[in-house]
Design a protein around this ligand. Structure first.
Ligand code: S3P
Length: 182
């Protein structure tokens, strides 16, 4: 009983690879649940007063990961319940995934295939410094396939895996709400 009450009050956290829909799903989910929504990358950009790509350029990926870890820790401390969309790499650095799973039993991994992610990312790679050097769909697919494989270990620690491939965004949201109501 105590546990189920605790998890009803804990943050709802969305994780998954770049392009899996964390932002869009998070925004819609927060509206449907009447909760505040936080996008970790947006908070980082506001705090640093710099786009993520600029942070990568000036401080390097390591610099970005340090800031990401600090801001994640601050966000998870918020006492009122939020929907939180994390960055694709957030669960994979420092002790972030432990922090995340210790903080919430409502961690959802939005799982998509390499093909779907790569197609989306080809059109959306402008703001994603990690992908900037890959110019063609083939190159992106090759990279995503290896990178996703490395990251899967962390993503699979989520409390729930949503087969995002199967659903449209709206259905993802309903599926998450259904699980939350169980
Ligand atoms: C990253 C994903 C990005 C952003 C940064 C690094 C990653 O967030 O945090 O560019 O390492 O996968 P999105 O997953 O929201 O694109």
């Amino acid at each position: 009983m105590k546990n189920s009450v605790a998890h009803k009050n804990s943050h709802i956290i969305l994780i998954g690879y770049m392009g899996c829909g964390k932002t869009v799903v998070g925004k819609l989910l927060s509206k449907k649940l009447n909760l505040n929504w936080i996008d970790l990358d947006q908070v980082i950009e506001l705090k640093e007063n710099m786009k993520i790509s600029k942070i990568f350029k000036t401080k390097g990926e390591l610099g970005f990961r340090k800031i990401e870890n600090k801001v994640l820790t601050e966000i998870l401390r918020k006492s009122n319940k939020h929907v939180i969309s994390l960055g694709g790499g957030t669960p994979c650095y420092y002790n972030n995934m432990n922090l995340i799973t210790e903080n919430s039993k409502n961690v959802f991994y939005l799982k998509n295939s390499v093909k779907t992610l790569s197609k989306r990312l080809l059109n959306e790679k402008k703001d994603r410094p990690i992908l900037s050097e890959f110019k063609t769909l083939n190159k992106i697919e090759e990279f995503v396939s290896k990178h996703l494989f490395e990251r899967m270990f962390f993503y699979n620690k989520a409390s729930h895996i949503i087969d995002s491939e199967k659903w449209g965004i709206k259905k993802n949201v309903y599926e998450i709400i259904k699980i939350l109501n169980q």
